[in-house]
Design a binder for this molecule. Structure first.
Ligand code: HSE
Length: 306
C-alpha cells in the first residue's frame, strides 16, 4: 500500500422537501483530502484552507480522525498508524452541505485503505450512517447522483438513481449564522397526522418519479413537506420569505437543504436566477444575516480514492 493517497468527496443536500432522512443529492462541490500515513503511531495532523471550523480541529476530536480511529479499533488494529491530512475544501462551513458526512466518510475510507479494502462500499456507508445517525447525506456523497436510503432493523438499504435533469442548483447560505443538526432535529414533532404522512409518502413517490421521467412540472408539484419544514423554518430567519420569493421567480423548487440553515433552489433557463440570488441576499440582510451562494449542479459521481 502506498503511504500517500487522495480522497475526493462531493457535498450533498438531503431531504429535498418530502424525502426526510431518505433523499440525498450529491453536488459538484468537493472536499479533497490528501492523506499521508506516517511512521509514528497515533500521530494526527490536519491542515486546511478552512478557517476556524470544526472540520479542521487539529486534535483527536477531529471528525475525520474519530471515524478513522473508530474503524481501525473496531477491526482490532492495536497500533494506530499516524496520519497527516491536508484538506482542500470547496464546501462552505454552513449546515446543509453534508460536510460532516464527508469528514466521516473520508476517515472511514482512509482506515479501509489501511485494512486492505476489507469493507465494501455498502459497509462503509452503513458505518457512516451509524456515526452520522442518518443515511441520506453519506449515501449521496459516497455514490453520487440522487440516492434513496433507509436504515431499518439495523439494515441499510440504498438505491442510486442517475440525475439526468438539466437544472442548476442555487445553494443559498448564511455565513454568520448556523443551526446545528441536533437542534434542528430536537424541534421535530414526534407524532404526525395520517393526512401529513400520506402527503409525504405521495410527494416522495412523485418526486422520485419526476427524477426518473425528467418531469419538471411533477418535480415542482411534489416538493412539499409536512413532516419537518414547518418547525425548522422557525429556526432560520428569512428562510420562508426566500423560499416564497424563489417560487415567485419561477424556481422549479426551493426548500431547506438538509437540516439548514442553507437553502436549495432548483432553477432552469425560465427561472429568474439573478433576481433570486440578489433578493435572497437582501432578505437575509434585512434579518441581519450575512450570506453567500454557490451555483452548482448534481454530481453523478461519488467518493473517489486514488
Ligand atoms: N436528514 C437529516 C435531517 C439531514 O434533516 O436532520 C441532516 O443534515
Amino acid at each position: 500500500m502506498s503511504n500517500k493517497f487522495k480522497i475526493q468527496i462531493p457535498a450533498s443536500s438531503s431531504n429535498l422537501g418530502p424525502g426526510f432522512d431518505c433523499f440525498g443529492l450529491a453536488l459538484n462541490i468537493f472536499n479533497e483530502y490528501k492523506v499521508e500515513i506516517t511512521s509514528t503511531n497515533d500521530y494526527f495532523d490536519i491542515e486546511s484552507n478552512l478557517s476556524d471550523d470544526k472540520f479542521c480541529i487539529n486534535n483527536k476530536d477531529n471528525l475525520f480522525y474519530k471515524s478513522y480511529l473508530h474503524l481501525l479499533t473496531k477491526n482490532s488494529v492495536e497500533k494506530i498508524p499516524g496520519i497527516k491530512v491536508t484538506l482542500n475544501s470547496q464546501i462552505p462551513c454552513s449546515g446543509g452541505f453534508g460536510s460532516s458526512g464527508t469528514a466521516v466518510l473520508a476517515g472511514l475510507m482512509a482506515a479501509n485503505k489501511i485494512l486492505d479494502n476489507k469493507l465494501t462500499d455498502l459497509e462503509i456507508v452503513k458505518e457512516a450512517s451509524i456515526l452520522e445517525k442518518h443515511p441520506d447525506n453519506v449515501c449521496a456523497s459516497m455514490l453520487g447522483g440522487f440516492c434513496l436510503s433507509k436504515f431499518e432493523n439495523n439494515e441499510l438499504t440504498y438505491k442510486k438513481i442517475d440525475w439526468k435533469l438539466n437544472l442548476d442548483i442555487l445553494m443559498l447560505y448564511p455565513t454568520n449564522f448556523r443551526v446545528s443538526t441536533s437542534e434542528a432535529r430536537s424541534v421535530l414533532k414526534k407524532e404526525h397526522s395520517l393526512e401529513n404522512c400520506i402527503s409525504n409518502l405521495s410527494n416522495s413517490a412523485f418526486f422520485t418519479a419526476a427524477v426518473l421521467t425528467k418531469d419538471l412540472q411533477l418535480l415542482t408539484n411534489s416538493m412539499n413537506d409536512k413532516i419537518h419544514e414547518e418547525q425548522r423554518l422557525k429556526l432560520i430567519p428569512g428562510a420562508l420569505e426566500i423560499i416564497t420569493m424563489a417560487k415567485e421567480n419561477q424556481a422549479i423548487g426551493a426548500t431547506i437543504s438538509g437540516s439548514g440553515a442553507s437553502l436549495i433552489v432548483f432553477v432552469n433557463s425560465k427561472s429568474n436566477k439573478l433576481s433570486i440570488l440578489n433578493k435572497a441576499e437582501e432578505i437575509w440582510q434585512s434579518h441581519k444575516i450575512e450570506s453567500n451562494n454557490i451555483v452548482c449542479k448534481v454530481s453523478n459521481s461519488g467518493a473517489l480514492i486514488y
